[in-house]
Design a protein around this ligand. Structure first.
Ligand SMILES: C[S@@+](CC[C@H](N)C(=O)[O-])C[C@H]1O[C@@H](n2cnc3c(N)ncnc32)[C@H](O)[C@@H]1O
Length: 344
């Protein structure tokens, strides 16, 4: 995905089951989480994507007020595809040959108390946008401002801009978006995670999933699925509460870790202190001692286990002004760490 960011490879389409698994987590925690809300699905492509399909199918069940989905014009995408408008578009009276390649589209679905029968994908109304559907355009910003919730898998190459775009909206927006663990320590993302303004969603099994994509998959043979690309280190970022983040991580005491840890770096060895910072080094998230009250440096991926009722986040090396920008143990420079402390 780091490569995707640099090369502006943004065409990754999310599986229905991944959307369903994640949304279920919020719904189980609060059955009214989506009720009476206007949900915006930007950077989507309802003709290809499962976000719109999922929310149309659950429109009544979730009690939504309005669904808005926008897509990005094909000419603006970084794609070398032999592209044709879908039959859905071509056969629709709104079809415009001059607009189809250069304009984004907007799809809307509103609650209609007079409507009989079940809502389905044919109830979506659509038209071309004035512009290409760029989420940063004034036109899509107005839709953001109208929405209560923003849900999507945004372009990986613009993840920073996308988070900023949500946060800078005048009234606070709820959001549930896909991203990558590379973003944990971004200077504009980490302070939000640390301050519990945003957190990780329930997530993907093993923090990994397959997306529909035209890009070449470098997955090992057993993991390869035709027409899909496997991405590891993938997660959901959100500010909507769910049960998993309130489940404390199961941990052993320091003494038990030293006796029984599965990690040879800890078992029979114990915990090292940093040469240049007053904290202990915990090289694995599952080796955090449950009974240690001091400061601990833990791997950045520990954020997947973060329960705000159990630990507080103090900062990264940069925020804590740790000399030489990294923790050192016995003169050896370590990987990037997050510094945490047990909650009192
Ligand atoms: C990671 S894909 C996700 C698509 C869809 N939301 C899904 O998950 O199935 C991101 C989409 O955003 C589009 N995109 C790229 N830059 C954009 C921009 N500036 N504004 C809006 N959409 C953009 C890409 O063309 C791509 O289709």
């Amino acid at each position: 995905m780091a490569r995707a960011k640099n090369e502006r490879k943004d065409e990754f389409y999310t599986q229905y089951i991944d959307i369903q698994n994640e949304m279920n987590a919020y719904f189980e925690y609060d059955p009214d989480v989506f009720r009476d809300k206007t949900i915006l699905l930007p950077c989507d492509d309802p003709e290809w994507s499962n976000f719109t399909k999922f929310f149309v199918q659950n429109f009544e069940f979730y009690g939504l007020r309005k669904l808005i989905s926008t897509s990005y014009a094909i000419e603006s995408k970084n794609l070398d595809l032999d592209w044709q408008p879908t039959l859905f578009e071509q056969e629709n009276p709104n079809f415009d040959i001059d607009k189809t390649r250069v304009k984004g589209k907007i799809f809307t679905l509103e609650r209609d108390p007079n409507k009989k029968g079940k809502i389905d994908i044919n109830d979506l109304e659509w038209r071309y946008l004035e512009g290409d559907g760029d989420f940063q355009s004034e036109e899509v910003k107005r839709l953001r401002d109208e929405a209560d919730m923003i849900i999507t898998n945004p372009p990986f190459s613009l993840f920073r801009n996308f988070i900023k775009w949500i946060i800078e909206a005048e009234s606070k927006k709820e959001f549930i978006i896909i991203g990558h663990q590379h973003a944990f320590t971004y200077k504009d993302v980490f302070p939000l995670l640390k301050g519990n303004e945003i957190w990780l969603g329930k997530g993907f099994e093993g923090n990994c999933t397959h997306f529909y994509s035209q890009y070449e998959d470098r997955a090992i043979a057993g993991d390869h699925i035709e027409g899909m690309i496997r991405v590891s280190g993938v997660c959901w970022f959100t500010n909507v509460d769910h049960g998993r983040r309130h489940q404390p991580q199961q941990l052993m005491t320091m003494a038990d870790n030293i006796r029984f840890s599965k990690h040879k770096e800890v078992r029979g060895v114990g915990y090292q202190r940093y040469d240049n910072y007053d904290a202990i080094e915990v090289p694995f998230s599952d080796a955090i001692p449950s009974d240690y009250d001091g400061v601990m440096g833990v791997p950045v991926t520990w954020l997947y286990n973060y329960c705000p009722d159990q630990f507080e986040i103090l900062g990264t090396e940069k925020e804590l002004n740790i000399p030489k920008g990294r923790g050192y143990v016995n003169g050896k420079r370590l990987y990037s760490r997050i510094f945490i402390r047990k909650k009192k």
